[in-house]
Structures are given as C-alpha cells and as structure tokens.
Design a protein. Sequence first.
Length: 255
Amino acid sequence: MFEGGKIKYLVSDALPVYDAVAEALGLKRQSCLVHLRREIIKRSNAPSMGEDLEPLSDEERERKLEQAFKERDPTLALTCVLRGISRIYEFETEACRLPGESYESHLAKVCDARQKQLEVYTWAMTVLSAVCTKFAEQHTSRSGKIRWVQAKAHRLAKLAVYVLNHKDQFGTFLQTGEGAAAVPSHNNPSEGSIRALIVLRKACNFKSSEYGIKHACINFSLVQTAKECGIANVERWLQDYSRAAYIYASRRFFR
C-alpha cells in the first residue's frame, strides 16, 4: 500500500518471513484475514459441526449448542469466529465501490463499514484469542519474549501459534479516516495476479536462470499493471502502441 509514493503497509499471510521484511523496510503489517479463516477451517472441526447441526430440528440444535457451550467446546467457539469473519466480509461487500461512484462517496461507505466491522472483529478476536491461549498453555512454548512455537502435536496447537504471534496484525485494515480505503483485509488480488507466474514456475520445474526469472517478473508486473489500468488485451495494446510510435517517429523525422 502506497502513500505519497512510499510503501507504508505490507498485506500478506502471517508467515514469519514477512515479519522480517516489514521490520527491515519499516512497514506496518496487515495479516490476511482470508488466510486466518483457512487456518481455522483446516485446524478445527468447525465444518463438520455445521454438517452435524444441519439435519437437526431447531430444538435439537439449540440443546446441542447449549451443551457445547456449557462444556466450552472449542469447535463451537471457532465456528462462531468463522461466522464473525463472514459477517466482516458482508460489510466489506456492502462498501464496494460502484461504477461511476465518487471517491468521497466510496470513502464514506468504507468508514461506515469499518465501524461495523470493528465491533464484530473485536468480539471474534476475543473469542479466538481465548481459545488459542488455552491451547497454547498446554501445547506450545515461548521462543524469546514474544514468539510462540509448537511444542506438542495437536490440531489446534499450530492455529494457536499462528494467531498469537500475529493477533495484533489482523486488524490494521480497520482504521478510519482518509486512509480507510487504502488497506485491504486480505491479499487475494495480489495472489491471484501472480498465479500464472507460479504455474509457469512449477511447469518448468524451477529451471530458470536468475536473469530470466528477473526479467519475467518485470514483464509480468507490467502486464498486470496494464490490466489494473483497464487494458484487457495487453498484447494487442502493445502492438497498437508500437505501430503508433513508429508512425509518429517516421512522420516527424523522415518527412
């Protein structure tokens, strides 16, 4: 994310390598909420709980949830957190910029959405931190003053490490004011934009010179920038541009 031509934010998943990059460049972190959601789904039984509750009657579902609540079932808590994240993205969808909408109008919608998201986010992260802290006490250990590391094999231990090491970075996008629309809650667009390059890397079995991959990245960056600027067919645009540049030069210098 840029401000005044300078990078201010790094939006990525919560891998430790990005912490080092952000620290070296003096950037604020926004850890991807979509990656957090994937980690919760991967490490919990939340999806299966939803499947178990689906065929039950309202009374049966209420009794089962009440029992799980009394037993402090972590799966129930994580299911509620997933619902909270879904609600955050419902507000995000409502704040999407419409075709022809002014920046001021869009910013007002985003600021309003951020206020609603903050309430849901605070509750969801409180529940998630409580669950992760409980398992961290039994299945993880401290490395240094601030980092948690997995110490025992448990399906929620890795989630606890993931959350507790970055819990202050998942809510950076919730700022309001002039910069509210600048920081997204996830990095899906950037990951999607480089998917073709990742497929190419896998297809060539990582066999490429440093020179080749460097210039491939430069060219790919230019193509993706052109697409972001509304140029659908970049190859055709380059052909038209080259033809126009040649005609202009020939008419100016060879009259």
